[in-house]
Write a protein that binds this ligand. Structure first.
Ligand code: HEM
Length: 235
């Protein structure tokens, strides 16, 4: 009898597991987020590879510019990761249709932080499924992205650097400001398709700028560094 009961219990657990997997697979939201994330990841990989083909060595010019690029590199790398995470969090906003809730800024409704951000069980589900939490995360990450890029611009404004790097930092800063403005406008106007699409394109443009910057300030080869010793400083 015990044997049959154990068998039935095991069979039921297996069916429950299969049903959960099936529901997970047919949930369009998850596919949307996975699709957008992998599309962005493939794009970043292709862009980096293409840039390495057309620009095998980073632009240098003088040793002072190489030192300037090394300082910027330390900030540009974590910043690219932050822009990437913010973009992925945007996919969660779109996937959960969270842009149709809390259409106010900077407050979410009447509160800075909604009461129900941890209302789902288990806790980690809130970060993926809860409308309030995914929107709050996206706001925090977007603000952190804008502040960090502004910080990069501010701390490097007096640094001796290649003109291409300077204009890339300026463009990234401008694009981040535009993207945040676009995000807020999208939210306040209840996500019309035109603004939603422009916001998605803006995320890709911002990602492009930050990858361009990171690629441009990458470490030069030892051969190039050696040859720089004999090159007079560019004006
Ligand atoms: C650096 C800043 C930002 C980046 C990189 C970014 C990125 C993204 C991305 C990639 C999406 C998914 C778009 C889609 O698939 O349709 C998205 C959606 C969204 N974002 Fe942002 N975002 C930023 C700032 C903001 C800000 C400040 C807000 C407003 C508070 C905002 C509000 C929204 C909304 C409402 C959606 C959903 C749009 C829809 O349903 O189509 N975003 N964001």
């Amino acid at each position: 009898m015990d044997y049959i009961q154990t068998w039935i219990e095991t069979f039921c657990s297996f069916c429950t597991w299969c049903w959960a997997r099936f529901c997970w697979l047919v949930d369009g939201k998850k596919w949307f987020r996975a699709h957008l994330t992998s599309a962005f990841a493939i794009y970043c990989g292709l862009l980096w590879t293409g840039l390495s083909v057309v620009m095998p060595d980073p632009p240098t010019g003088s040793l002072a510019w190489v030192h300037g690029a090394a300082k910027i590199r330390k900030l540009a790398l974590p910043l690219s990761v932050l822009v990437g995470i913010t973009a992925i969090s945007g996919a969660f906003v779109a996937g959960n249709d969270a842009g149709h809730a809390y259409n106010t800024f900077p407050k979410m409704g009447d509160a800075w932080i909604p009461d129900d951000i941890f209302s789902m069980e288990p806790l980690f589900c809130n970060f993926f499924e809860n409308t309030s939490t995914v929107q709050l995360d996206h706001r925090i990450l977007a603000t952190a992205t804008l502040l960090s890029i502004s910080g990069l611009w501010w701390t490097t404004r007096k640094l001796d650097m290649h003109p291409a790097v300077r204009s890339l930092i300026g463009s990234t800063m401008g694009m981040a400001a535009l993207q945040v403005t676009l995000g807020i406008t999208t939210l306040l106007s209840y996500v019309p398709v035109s603004l939603g699409t422009a916001h998605q394109a803006g995320a890709l443009t911002l990602l492009t700028f930050i990858i361009l910057l990171t690629h441009t300030v990458r470490r030069p080869s030892p051969m190039l560094l050696k040859s720089l010793g004999s090159i007079p400083r560019a004006p």
